[in-house]
Write a protein of this length. Structure first.
Length: 544
């Protein structure tokens, strides 16, 4: 076997964000940029001797080249087995499952998730550990430090492997197994949910659903599970063919990017249930006829109904949510008398809680929910969960939501994003807020009084690692909350996210328009942070 050692010059900008390293394709195409980062990963985890690595991606532009490069480099770095998704495809949750199922030592997922794809779009690399979950913050920092010191990378001098044919081939001394990206995942779903019951719902004439795969990775998964296994009519899955540029759209399921699906569900021809997923298949958006379920509410509803899903029939050990996610989940946890953890944004922070059985279910306001079945959020899993609730409770989505609010109260919620603003301005806005938090308590704000304000910091209860400066929280006496943080997934400038939440216990006020209910909080959030003056923007570019 011929191993080449190629000289490299270290890069100093390979710092992973909320979810791996994400950059424009053009950056990844710089000489040995991809190789530099991969070599840093392999060296940080201690090489590949006798190890198994799972490799796949969301199918975006540059995926296939990256998979060939990663395979050659993994072989040269000593990995014994590589498990590669056919055509280079693996959704993020499917990759997580495959790592766990095969007892692999880790996995590479090539994805920039909801970021746009194509030659002008973004690319990304996530490294997941043996538990199937995203590299911890500690490991991510070590990889970054290493990436700044790489002076050479290794690869085997072998031709491309055929990633379109199932089966085993060798690459130097490494065995590469090309696997069906869908079958293991679909089998896992069958162990969690009652497929007979779901099939009954999806084949009944009184129920119709639509799933929008946004030309991203979930197309093949949704077709295999919803249409082939559960018998939903062909055509239930739309935009089901993964395209390298996602058809030119941003594969980000929310009220803005999934406008046509939202309009459809609020229009004359609306069906009973609709959902969409993102680039790498870990997010989900849930819609009923004339109703959009906020991700925070969705998480709370799943927790409150978990006992009706076979996999969770014996109850939840605990739940967790990222800090900006609404506290609707906390009320359910209180009712169930189970712990509810509050973690920083990003799935990596749920890992230790899931691994130690402290929690069964968790989620984020950014359209992500999941459980201990894998170590990533899981879009289709959330869809099957919702379908189970609809089937077992025999209720449409709006009834399930109204019922939930009647029981627990409603957390009106919205996220306002100021995208692609000047990074220096956004940082100084956050600094100014940080300077203020110490003496905010007691001040009047949005018709109430600030009870506490801080910059969120989190100590992992398992490994005691500390994550600081995770977002500014302003809590009001009436139960409302404003949260500010900067995005860690963008690739151009900075994105400021403002999360607004207002609690309403009184059922007769639950049908109010969220925008109106949150209007004064939104105004207060803007003036507290001096947004127009600092960012030169009058209003957010995205509201979800
Ligand atoms: C965003 C979301 C966060 C999510 C992350 C990765 O991060 O807010 O909740 O975990 O994306 O999701 P940020 O730092 O931009 O706010 V995915 O589907 O892109 O892996
Ligand atoms: Co994603």
């Amino acid at each position: 076997m011929n191993v080449l050692t190629m000289p490299a010059r270290p890069y100093d900008d390979q710092r992973p964000g909320t979810s791996g390293l994400r950059k424009p394709v053009a950056i990844f195409r710089q000489p040995h940029y991809l190789e530099n980062y991969l070599q840093a990963i392999f060296e940080t985890v201690g090489g590949g001797a006798n190890r198994t690595l799972v490799i796949g991606g969301d199918g975006r532009f540059f995926n296939r080249e990256a998979i060939q490069t990663a395979s050659r480099m993994a072989a040269a770095n000593g990995y014994k087995h590589l498990v590669v998704g056919r055509a280079g495809l693996l959704s993020t949750p499917a990759a997580s499952h495959l790592i766990r199922k095969r007892g692999a030592d880790g996995g590479l997922i090539f994805s920039a998730s909801h970021n746009p794809g194509g030659p002008e779009g973004d690319f990304g690399i996530k490294y997941n550990s043996a538990n199937g979950g995203p590299a911890s913050e500690t490991l991510s920092r070590a990889i970054y430090a290493r990436s700044k010191r790489i002076v050479a990378y290794r690869l085997v001098d072998e031709p491309d492997i055929d990633i379109d044919r199932l089966g085993k081939v060798s690459l130097g001394e490494t065995e590469v197994e090309v696997v069906d990206p869908v079958s293991d995942y679909a089998e896992l779903m069958e162990t969690l949910f009652d497929f007979e019951r779901l099939a009954e719902l999806l084949t009944s004439t009184s129920f119709k659903m639509r799933f929008d795969a946004m030309h991203a990775i979930t197309g093949p998964y949704a077709r295999a599970i919803l249409e082939e296994r559960l018998g939903a009519p062909v055509g239930t899955v739309i935009n089901g063919k993964p395209l390298p540029d996602f058809g030119g759209a941003k594969p980000d399921p929310n009220l803005v990017r999934s406008r046509s699906l939202v309009d459809f569900m609020f229009g004359q021809d609306a069906v009973n249930f609709a959902a969409a997923s993102d680039g790498d298949g870990d997010r989900n958006m849930i819609l009923g006829r004339k109703i959009f379920v906020t991700p925070s509410d969705s998480l709370a509803v799943l927790a409150a109904n978990a006992h009706i899903v076979p996999a969770y029939s014996s109850g939840l050990t605990g739940v967790a949510r990222s800090m900006p996610t609404s506290r609707a989940l906390d009320r359910v946890a209180q009712d169930l008398a189970i712990p509810c953890f509050e973690t920083p944004t990003g799935w990596k922070y749920f890992g230790s809680l899931l691994d130690t059985g402290r929690i069964t279910l968790c989620g984020e306001e950014s359209f992500g929910t999941g459980s201990d079945h894998v170590r990533e959020k899981d879009g289709l899993w959330a869809v099957l969960f919702w379908l189970t609730i609809i089937a077992v409770r025999g209720m449409p989505v709006h009834r399930i939501i109204k019922d939930h609010w009647a029981r627990y109260g409603r957390h009106f919620y919205a996220r306002h994003d100021y995208e692609a603003v000047d990074a220096a301005a956004a940082n100084s806005l956050m600094d100014a807020l940080r300077d203020q938090v110490g003496d905010m308590a007691g001040k009047r704000l949005a018709g109430s009084i600030v009870s506490t304000a801080d910059d969120f910091s989190y100590t992992d209860p398992v490994d005691r690692s500390v994550a600081e400066r995770q977002g500014i929280r302003v809590l009001l006496e009436d139960g409302s909350r404003i949260v500010y943080r900067l995005s860690g997934t963008g690739t151009g400038g900075a994105t400021l996210r403002i999360y607004l939440e207002r609690y309403e216990a009184r059922a007769w006020l639950h049908d109010k328009d969220a925008r109106k209910v949150l209007n004064d909080l939104s105004f207060a959030a803007g003036s507290l942070a001096e947004i127009p003056a600092r960012l030169g923007r009058e209003r957010p570019s995205l509201v979800t």
